[in-house]
Write a protein that binds this ligand. Structure first.
Ligand code: ATP
Ligand code: MG
Length: 543
């Protein structure tokens, strides 16, 4: 992992060479207003790996400067997800812990004549900012005296104004080509209750003022963020410089990660959670870390996926194939192989003795004998998949069971289908077959080649199971508004059986059901009601 070089590391290495810092310190600064998604994983991996590579560290800092939208439950979820991804923050901090210092620094600005209390309405301020082609108009309050500003700012803090009556603005340049520099608002009045500072404050710092100060206070050396903050960098630099912070952090932007057919926006994800369109933030279809974990994605697969997308200075959209490849790569070696039959069809082996049962010892993973083995039961009665039988072999490519055709059963014998039974609707409900005792797996029998290999589960030992299959949460129709693109048919439930050895399997156990795909035991799975989530199918060439 250490070997991935990128433009951020190049900057850090130059800074180290120039002895700019003794230690590299980064931070991950989520707003606690939702759960983390796979896009955040790019920021987390970038923040932590960039510091770790040079022996430095990373803080987790909750950006809780907006009292209205935030919620304590998200704080816990975010910490849990970061740890699950494999990272331990050096410190867990809250931007709101710095409100006092931010206030003091605002006074520094006022005293330098670099901030003023503006009593225009929010609308007036917006209307007088101008646009890219037109300079903004100076506020009539822009040239108040320092003393007057100090007094009014104190009054704002003391609750003497109503919400919206006035704001504190930085006095920078109303003609700047960069709109962010046109006297940005740095404090606003809000009488909202804050989860950390409670009722202490009725003025709150704006993000563009607060964030650079938070970084500077913590001694962050490299403040890594996504591309949309590029235009904010001049303001970031202005704030840390003019407030006279002793340590100056450097902001570096990287491209956002988007995934095809996934919406990486907390606002959208929160909307579908709140509307009950999904079962929660951890719905296995969600692109959240909690959802992906429940689906069965591993932390290593996600980290490797993020690293494989490369870090660049432009936003990128990556196909889900890459994500699926990363989890297959990880599970290829880790997941136990087992047999699960989805949509079962009964097969009776008419020449196998009634009431007899044998157990065939088989390894859980052909490349990993250390994973151990289990005894697979075999008898006269087995289930195969409906899909694995057809009356008449249609063509050469068909490598499954058919009347008069012989296939191998994984770990067991060759069987040949001879006859079928139908129900009153004409549906095939049972296949009558015969087996060849000489063909037992491992016996070295090679006189005939079977027409493919299929899997099975012995009926008397079979454990009933539910299998969940998922499709993207939104469809491809990019012309529709997001909420209308929601795919109501994105969760399919199928019933079947798994082999007996999986009886005591627990949530988060992962299997490759041979010929089907990789599956994860769902968090709500119970011993008497096993539930498996399809993580990814096998690559079609392996089917
Ligand atoms: P959302 O748009 O989902 O609400 P956000 O950027 O507002 O995301 P924050 O909690 O502020 O959410 O995000 C914390 C950090 O994660 C920010 O520095 C942000 O730049 C980064 N981040 C969020 N989404 C992505 C993404 N898709 N790719 C890369 N970084 C991201
Ligand atoms: Mg944000």
């Amino acid at each position: 992992m250490e070997n991935h070089s990128n433009f951020i590391k190049t900057i850090i290495e130059a800074d180290l060479q120039n002895k700019k810092h003794d230690e590299i310190i980064t931070r991950f600064p989520p707003e606690p207003n939702g759960h983390l998604h796979i896009g955040h994983a790019r920021a987390i991996v970038t923040d932590f790996e960039s510091a770790k590579a040079y022996g430095g560290y990373t803080n987790l800092r909750f950006d809780d400067t907006n009292p209205v939208k935030e919620d304590e439950s998200y704080v816990h979820a975010i910490i849990k997800d970061i740890r699950w991804l494999g990272y331990e923050p050096k410190q867990i901090l809250y931007a709101s812990d710095y409100f006092d210092e931010m206030y003091e620094r605002a006074i520094v600005l006022i005293k330098k004549g670099l901030a003023y209390v503006d009593q225009q309405s929010a609308d007036q301020i917006a209307q007088t900012r101008g646009d890219v082609n037109t300079p903004g108009d100076k506020s009539p309050y822009r040239d108040r005296s320092i003393d007057e500003n100090l007094k009014l700012f104190q009054d704002m803090k003391d609750g003497k104004f109503k919400e919206g009556e006035c704001v504190l603005r930085a006095k920078i340049d109303m003609e700047s080509p960069n709109m962010n520099m046109r006297d940005p608002v740095i404090y606003r009045i809000s009488f909202a209750y804050h989860h950390n500072t409670k009722d202490k404050w009725c003025i709150y710092p704006m993000y563009d003022y607060a964030h650079p100060l938070e970084d500077a206070i913590e001694g962050i050396t490299h403040s890594l963020c996504s591309l949309e903050f590029e235009d904010h960098r001049p303001l970031y630099d202005w704030v840390v410089r003019e407030t006279e912070m002793p340590k100056i952090p450097r902001q570096i932007e990287f491209g956002r990660l988007n995934i095809e057919n996934a919406v990486l926006s907390k606002r959208f994800l929160r909307a579908i959670v709140e509307d009950g369109k999904v079962i929660g933030w951890d719905d296995p279809r969600m692109p959240t870390l909690a959802g992906m974990r429940r689906r069965g994605y591993t932390a290593l697969a996600i980290r490797n996926f993020i690293l494989s997308t490369g870090l660049s200075k432009v936003n990128s959209t990556v196909s889900t194939d890459m994500l699926e490849a990363a989890v297959r790569d990880d599970l290829q070696d880790k997941a136990y192989r087992a047999m699960g039959v989805i949509n079962p069809l009964k097969v009776t082996i008419t020449n196998y003795p009634e009431n007899e049962i044998e157990y065939i010892e088989s390894e859980y993973h052909q490349d990993h004998p250390e994973y151990g083995s289990r005894n697979i039961p075999f008898s006269r009665h087995i289930f195969i998949e409906e899909e694995d039988f057809i009356l008449e072999k249609p063509n050469k490519k068909y490598k499954r069971l058919a009347l008069g055709i012989e296939v191998r059963l994984f770990h067991a014998y060759f069987i040949k289908a001879n006859e079928v039974k139908y129900d009153e609707n004409g549906k095939i409900v049972e296949v009558l077959a015969t087996y060849d005792k000489e063909t037992k797996s491992g016996s070295g029998f090679d006189e005939r080649k079977p027409n493919g290999t299929i899997h099975f589960v012995e009926t008397s030992h079979a454990i009933p199971a539910t299998f969940n299959f998922f499709e993207p949460l939104i469809n491809d129709d990019k012309n529709l508004p997001l909420l209308e693109r929601f795919n109501d048919d994105s969760w399919h439930v199928k019933k079947g059986y798994v082999e007996h050895a999986l009886k005591n399997t627990k949530p988060q156990d992962k299997y490759q059901f041979v010929r089907n795909g990789y599956f994860n035991v769902d968090d709500d799975s119970k011993q008497d009601n096993l539930v498996f989530n399809e993580i990814v199918p096998l690559k079609s060439s392996y089917k």
